[in-house]
Ligand binder design. Structure first.
Ligand code: 5GP
Ligand code: MN
Length: 335
């Protein structure tokens, strides 16, 4: 971050600070927000963390996770908190439309904003920006931010556990976006006392029976493979949502199963939600899904993990995805 000295100066007296991350918060959104929260708390600031929508129950164990404000549930609290903030930290998203109504509120604020993020093409809404698309996760960048802030010795086991959580989830347990730099960070975190084994168990081995049966349903009855495009699709409709009583977080990770197929390079998970149809895209290797998400589905993300949405029908979304695939056939076969 270029103007970090100025930011440090600003934060040298206690402030009222908001930290916000994106809708459907994942491990990186939660880990980076809570990691930064615990760090800033050490300086006598009053810090609040908020998300547009609820986070998966698998992250409830994180320290102070229960204090997080959720816009969908506590609209007025979130609005008041944002409006009385001296500064707003925006973590793990690159454009204000990723945080819905809260984005409009933030847009109207005149206080400084700080963006810490690893997505492509960040919108230039923040005065202070730490944006690096080569970073594995926003959590890795929160670690870097703390070091750049000159306060590395303030890192403790709690902060380190939050940061570790985002790294392990965004890298798919150290399968993608890794680097020597990242492993050095992780070594530091483990030295600080992070119990990496227990955290992984808490995050990944906490499915309930319904969720595992839903996975079975997706793989047995809702999966379509398109060998000519090395593509796979899983679709869940409104009836599935009813029958399996699907809640936020229940579908987490299902898209990745498609990539376990040797001959699938691109995967789509399409879900019919109350007001939108959501598409989650994943790819293997050099083939990028970022362009497909941004060009055709109002979305974006990373090379190997992107997403988007539409207000049109489920049928439209499926059809559109199948229509788009042939445009990428060459690239898919070459990648
Ligand atoms: P997921 O498929 O798990 O919802 O999201 C994977 C990645 O795609 C996220 O990290 C995020 O960067 C991106 N993404 C998902 N949905 C959207 C969307 O609606 N808009 C944008 N800009 N990015 C999205
Ligand atoms: Mn992330």
């Amino acid at each position: 971050m270029e103007n970090i000295t100025e930011l440090k100066e600003f934060l040298s007296v206690p402030k009222y600070i908001s930290i916000i991350s994106h809708r459907n918060p994942d491990g990186d959104a939660i880990g980076s927000s809570l990691g930064l929260y615990h760090f800033l708390n050490k300086f006598g600031h009053t810090v609040r963390v908020m998300f547009p929508s609820e986070y998966p129950a698998g992250f409830e164990w994180m320290e102070d996770a229960k204090k997080i404000l959720i816009y969908d549930i506590e609209q007025d609290d979130v609005k008041d908190t944002l409006e009385r903030s001296d500064i707003v930290f925006c973590l793990d998203f690159n454009s204000l439309d990723r945080i819905d109504k809260s984005g409009e509120i933030i847009n109207s604020l005149t206080v400084p904003k700080v963006l810490i993020d690893h997505h492509l093409d960040p919108e230039p809404f923040a005065e202070y920006q730490l944006s690096d698309i080569t970073a594995s996760s926003t959590c890795e960048l929160v670690y870097r931010f703390i070091c750049d802030f000159g306060e590395k010795e303030k890192l403790d086991e709690t902060i380190a556990s939050c940061i570790y959580t985002g790294i392990v989830t965004d890298t798919g347990s150290f399968r993608f976006s890794t680097s020597p730099r990242l492993f050095r960070v992780v070594a530091d975190l483990v030295e600080l006392g992070v119990d990496d084994y227990t955290i992984q168990i808490k995050i990944f081995n906490t499915l309930n029976e319904k969720q595992l049966r839903l996975l079975g349903h997706c793989l047995a009855r809702r999966m379509e493979i398109l060998p000519e495009f090395q593509a796979g699709i899983i679709v869940l409709n409104k009836k599935d949502y009813e029958n399996y009583d699907i809640k936020r977080g229940d579908t987490e990770g299902i898209v990745n199963y498609l990539l376990m197929l040797k001959d699938v390079k691109v995967a789509a998970f399409i879900t019919e939600q109350p007001t939108i149809v959501k598409i989650s895209l994943r790819s293997k290797g050099d083939f990028s899904v970022q362009e497909i998400a941004s060009k055709y589905f109002n979305g974006g993300g990373h090379k190997n993990a992107s997403g988007g949405y539409s207000f049109k029908s489920l049928g439209w979304m499926i059809h559109r995805f199948k229509e788009v695939l042939p445009k990428y056939k060459e690239q898919l076969l070459q990648s």
